[in-house]
Write a protein that binds this ligand. Structure first.
Ligand code: ZN
Length: 251
């Protein structure tokens, strides 16, 4: 199943994508939303971020080659940080470069959307059962601020710094996906989730030891090597095999 959120005629709804059409859902699919109304042409809809997360939990340096390009060791335990829900935007919405930064980077990432409340998962299998599906996420980062401060909060949290979408795909093996990034059509990143240090199920289980994950929350799993700068007027695309392309302009 592929789910989305969209707006049409001033109304926002979750939907299920069926080929080139979308049917609205009565609620989020992870809350048991059911199809209602006619099939709408996908091309006529403005897609929104496919979830409204209470929180986005992210991990630093989860691919060896990316840790190396940042001159950092692979962490001995997952290195967690948060991105605020206020940073979330959908496909096609502009990433706005803040005045405070001179170096904003893209980070293409595979993200899990949580389907069931999860507290202190004992096993990766328990975590797997709580995941609804998978989507693309761009962990936009003010790299100069991150380097200057050490702390991640300001660097990772500017409004519009968390594009998510275009859809959530449920039938997918997250352990063997290609994660890539293009800027203005030119390839910048291309990695495989096989190179993750901690796989997504271990990450979700680990995070749930710290904080309860709620339906709709997002866990993003780190970026492969090849991060690089964004400038005004760019178009940045995050593509993950089996999910699709998350494309955003930079303003
Ligand atoms: Zn990241």
């Amino acid at each position: 199943m592929r789910s989305c959120r969209f707006t049409r005629g001033g109304r926002e709804a979750y939907g299920v994508v069926e080929g080139t059409t979308v049917r609205a859902l009565s609620a989020a699919p992870w809350l048991g939303g059911l199809p209602e109304g006619p099939a709408l042409p996908l091309a006529d809809l403005e897609l929104l971020a496919p979830t409204l997360p209470g929180k986005v939990v992210a991990v630093g340096r989860n691919y060896r080659a990316h840790a190396a390009e940042q001159g950092a060791e692979v962490p001995k335990e997952p290195l967690l940080f948060l991105k605020p829900s206020s940073a979330v935007i959908g496909p096609g919405a502009a990433i706005v470069l803040p005045e405070a930064s001179k170096l904003v980077h893209h980070e293409s990432e595979l993200a899990a959307v949580i389907g069931r409340t999860l507290t202190r998962a004992g096993t990766a299998a328990e975590a797997r059962a709580a995941i609804f599906g998978w989507t693309c996420l761009n962990d936009v980062t003010a790299r100069d601020i991150q380097r200057a401060e050490g702390h991640f909060t300001r660097a990772k949290s500017f409004d519009t710094f968390c594009p998510i979408g275009p859809v959530v795909e449920t039938a997918l093996d997250p352990l063997d996906l290609t994660v890539s990034c293009r800027v203005n059509g030119e390839q910048r990143q291309r990695g495989t989730t096989r190179d993750m240090v901690y796989d997504p199920f271990l990450l979700v289980a680990f995070i749930s030891q710290v904080m309860t994950l709620y339906p709709g929350d997002v866990v993003t799993t780190g970026t492969p090597e090849g991060v690089g700068p964004l400038k005004r007027g760019d178009w940045v695309e995050v593509e993950i095999s089996g999910i699709g392309v998350l494309k955003n302009p930079v303003a």
